[in-house]
Design a protein around this ligand. Structure first.
Ligand code: SF4
Length: 318
């Protein structure tokens, strides 16, 4: 598989572009994920000509509007310039499959940015960086995450799973869809979707069972939105246990009583949070691969991303 293009806040790659001349190198990105992705790094504050070092800016609520203004000089308002950079970046990065933003930045933050009143008093933490906000509005399909949240095993796993799924779709379906191809593509994702969100599993099944005369491009776009929404739900222990129990059903006639008990015990031990998913999954896969069933063999649930990322070596939340 070719390296996956993803956007990233430039300071996260260790480049000294922060207002104080520093950086926020994120070792997970530079030392681990970099083997699988091609970073498209961008610093919107640098792009609008603020320079390094520069005076700090922050989100100020003025007349009910979120504006990004200078801390020392509130006449400096860079909201529109940052928004314009997001419009340009969105049109230049049409092929990306994810974006990692820097947290707490008036330009790049996605979650919980502090908002201030004109008097300098803190109001709440419900803001977003002006660049990130506009970018996400223009590219709603793209999985986004903040670097700081990637320390959470569940959030990290979820983000990476979505990046790989979107890349798979871009490579295999985006430009040349047919109804048959969409159905075949989704058949590989069934158990992964089941693990993430059962209602979506049924909704996508229903969607694909009723492909009307609409243009295939429209159907394909609706399909990928449904798939990305489904995978946007975190795969919990409960969800993974459910998917593995369903897969276990294929072995009913193929393994003996002792092997069944060992497998069930392994899945249940995982369900209780005592071992990571890699333990029951290895056993389940070992048995299922002997069936020589292409539908089962090709399930993305076995490896939604490369094993070396180590994303399945953690005990997830319930
Ligand atoms: S957080 Fe965004 S704007 Fe700030 S230095 Fe990093 S890339 Fe540039």
């Amino acid at each position: 598989m070719s390296k996956i293009p993803i956007g990233v806040s430039q300071c996260l790659l260790g480049e000294p572009v922060r207002y104080d001349g520093g950086h926020k190198r994120n070792r997970y990105l530079t030392d681990v994920l970099s083997s699988h992705v091609e970073f498209r790094s961008f610093c919107p504050e640098l792009a609008i000509g603020l320079g390094v070092p520069r005076k700090p800016i922050r989100l100020i609520v003025t007349d009910g509007q979120d504006r990004i203004r200078g801390v020392e000089n509130s006449d400096l308002d860079v909201t529109d310039a940052l928004t314009k950079e997001a419009e340009d970046a969105a049109s230049n990065m049409q092929d990306i499959c994810g974006y990692v933003f820097m947290q707490n930045s008036p330009s790049c933050a996605v979650f919980g940015l502090k908002r201030y009143g004109s008097n300098g008093q803190s109001i709440d933490s419900r803001g977003q960086g002006a660049y990130a906000k506009k970018f996400m509005e223009l590219m709603p399909l793209i999985p986004v995450e903040e670097a700081g949240r990637l320390t959470d095993a569940g959030l990290r796993e979820n983000f990476i799973a979505r990046i790989f799924a979107l890349h798979d779709w871009r490579q295999n379906l985006q430009n040349d869809p047919t109804a048959k191809k969409i159905i075949e593509f989704y058949s590989r994702y069934k158990y992964q979707v089941m693990a993430h969100h059962v209602p979506s599993y049924f909704a996508i099944g229903k969607f694909l069972a009723n492909l009307s005369d609409r243009p295939i491009e429209q159907i394909n776009n609706e399909f990928i939105q449904l798939l990305m929404t489904a995978l946007g739900h975190k795969a919990t222990r409960k969800g993974n246990t459910n998917a593995m129990m369903h897969l276990r059903g294929y072995l009913k006639l193929h393994i003996n009583k002792l092997e069944k008990a060992e497998l069930s015990n392994s899945i249940e031990t995982y369900g209780k949070g005592l071992v990571p998913i890699v333990v029951p999954l290895t056993l389940l896969k070992h048995y299922l691969m002997t069936l020589d069933n292409p539908y089962l063999k090709n399930q993305t649930f076995w490896a939604p991303y490369p094993d070396e990322l180590g994303l399945r070596n953690f005990v997830l939340e319930e």
